[in-house]
Design a protein around this ligand. Structure first.
Ligand SMILES: [Zn+2]
Length: 266
């Protein structure tokens, strides 16, 4: 019997994106475990400086939120950052279950692997998605063997509940850095794309910046919370405006990544 499969749009660009990275002086590998193949890219700085700084980027935890993986599979959009002396460690698509699945299966596979939401269980000793355990192990090895601790972690999402505006969560940023980031966001991103703090029914425990929403928050079990807690690396989760065009969502991520790098490294 023929198996009818749903293929996520990212499955069509994964191979060519990884190929492009390789052609752009980067190393791509697959973390192969439990029948999964999770791609990882090491994109070293293009400017030889004494001691380059490293930034970690991740996307594709929730595969209906496609713009993050599109961006992370577009090496040309990171040449400028690499040219400024930054190394990038990239997980362009972590969720493997939602890349291709039987049509009869639950579309929850876009967000869940073996029954577990991909952005839960990080750093907790509890049952979790196999992808979470595999990337956790890889990141622990990377950070413990790195000559210099990475300066920033950024996770790319989209908020499908409050379209079409975006916002960010931070973990471990000082009030001063949050203020600076907020100012930069207002300069770089169209107001129509940004959620106001008053528009979202924010239920977290952290503090919310007035105006455009940046919430400093603890969400135990999330990837960003784990990375900040375990390694002391500041973390940012970007929720791009779901429902906006792909180009606008990619630009939203790109503008915020550039703003965050500038603020953290200054
Ligand atoms: Zn998400």
């Amino acid at each position: 019997m023929e198996l009818h499969c749903e293929k996520n749009e990212i499955s069509y660009i994964l191979e060519s994106g990884l190929h492009e990275w390789k052609r752009d002086s980067s190393h791509t590998v697959f973390l192969e475990e439990e029948g999964l193949k999770i791609p990882r890219i090491w994109a070293p700085t293009l400017r030889k400086v004494g001691s380059p700084l490293t930034i970690i980027l991740a996307a594709g935890l929730h595969l209906e939120e496609t713009s993050g993986s599109h961006l992370l599979l577009s090496p040309s959009l990171f040449r400028e950052t690499r040219g400024k002396g930054f190394n990038l460690l990239i997980y362009p698509v972590i969720n493997q279950s939602g890349l291709k699945y039987p049509r009869e299966a639950d579309e929850k596979l876009l967000r869940y692997s073996r029954g577990y939401n991909l952005n839960t269980g990080w750093g907790l000793s509890c049952p979790k998605a196999p992808e979470v355990a595999i990337v956790e192990k890889d990141l622990k090895t990377f950070v413990s063997s790195a000559r210099k601790k990475p300066i920033l972690f950024i996770s790319l999402h989209e908020d499908s509940e409050y379209p079409p505006r975006g916002y960010i969560f931070t973990n471990g940023l000082s009030a001063e850095k949050i203020r600076a980031l907020s100012q930069r966001i207002e300069q770089k991103i169209a107001k129509s794309m940004l959620a106001k703090a008053s528009e979202l029914p924010y239920k977290g425990t952290g503090s919310v910046q007035k105006g455009y929403i940046i919430a400093e928050d603890q969400d135990p079990g999330s990837m960003e919370n784990w990375i900040n807690d375990s390694f002391g690396i500041p973390a940012i989760l970007i929720e791009a405006p779901y429902g906006a065009s792909l180009q606008d969502r990619i630009s939203f991520h790109q503008n915020l990544i550039n703003a965050a790098i500038k603020i953290i490294s200054s």
